[in-house]
Ligand binder design. Structure first.
Ligand SMILES: [Zn+2]
Length: 304
């Protein structure tokens, strides 16, 4: 249901826009490290020692009580425990706090925010978060066509458009509620993964994170295979990254130095770990209901 080649072209456009915008906003500040220090900091070979004690993270949940979100509000009490039980497997304990219209004191790795919005508000907040000025907004709209959520690490916030996701992915057949709950939970688990520092499973071909676990059938939660029948999983490396980030360890320092910009982070990880991107013409692995959600989904081949 998603046209991948078009998607990639649009992703490339988005990336160009982001590069222009971030350059204009002075986002390319130099890292105050020697080349050797930079290489050591961004190497993921030796993350240890990582503090693996239980981590508690507050998540403000803001859901305006309007008709577009009514169905989500009904499902939420079943969705959130699924999100919590997934992260409990990682010894991470997100705690929900009620969100107001205005964000509370958000802090990376400590207090995050999930906004479940009607489509119009979602677009408005997405433009704002990416700092997309009106001349670019029409083109940016195209980029948003197949996307339902964006995780903004610098803002510690996820914006999610429920209704479009429901129309495109969820089923309204009788008896479909359990699957809908699972897929909603999977999407939120995935987005929180970005706010916990993680990048996509399909980003590199030679890193420890592949789209499926070694059993060959359990999707990694940072892949786009979020609408399967079974559980999603993670690899130990991701658990280490998350704990390192949430405890203010090496991964947190990596991101702090690039002002929590995931694209710059990814580029440094690639450079200092010898990670390789998949070939540009790689056919996507079958994902019956794949959905995009993040800025660098489509730019694997275009970010040099
Ligand atoms: Zn994502």
């Amino acid at each position: 249901m998603v046209n991948f080649s078009r998607w990639r072209a649009l992703g490339a456009l988005l990336l160009c826009l982001l590069l222009i915008l971030s350059a204009g906003a002075g986002g390319g500040t130099t890292i105050p490290l020697t080349p050797q220090e930079e290489a050591a900091l961004y190497s993921l070979k030796n993350l240890s020692p990582v503090d693996l004690t239980p981590k508690r993270v507050k998540v403000e949940v803001y859901i305006p009580n309007v008709s577009e979100t009514a169905a989500f509000i009904r499902l939420w009490s079943k969705v959130w425990p699924r999100v919590q039980s997934f992260y409990a497997r990682m010894n991470v304990f997100p705690e929900q706090v009620p969100g107001q219209l205005r964000p509370g004191p958000l802090t990376p790795a400590q207090r995050l925010r999930l906004e479940v919005l009607p489509q119009k508000e979602w677009l408005a907040r997405t433009f704002q978060a990416f700092n997309v000025a009106p001349p670019f907004q029409l083109r940016f709209l195209k980029v948003c066509e197949n996307k339902y959520a964006f995780a903004h690490l610098p803002l510690s916030t996820v914006h999610f458009s429920y209704q479009r996701f429901a129309q495109a992915v969820l089923s309204s057949e009788p008896g479909s509620e359990p699957a809908n709950v699972t897929w909603l939970a999977n999407l939120i688990i995935h987005e929180l993964g970005h706010l916990f520092s993680l990048y996509h499973a399909h980003e590199f071909t030679n890193d420890p994170v592949q789209e499926y676990l070694p059993d060959g059938r359990t999707p990694n939660f940072m892949s786009h295979h979020l609408t399967g029948d079974g559980d999603m999983g993670f690899v130990e490396f991701q658990k280490l990254m998350v704990h390192s980030y949430l405890s203010g360890g090496k991964v947190f320092q990596q991101l702090r130095l690039v002002e929590f910009d995931p694209l710059r982070h990814l580029d440094l990880l690639k450079r200092h770990n010898g990670f390789k991107e998949p070939p540009a013409d790689r056919p996507p692995r079958t994902a019956p209901k794949a959905f995009g959600d993040y800025t660098e989904d489509d730019d694997d081949d275009d970010d040099d």
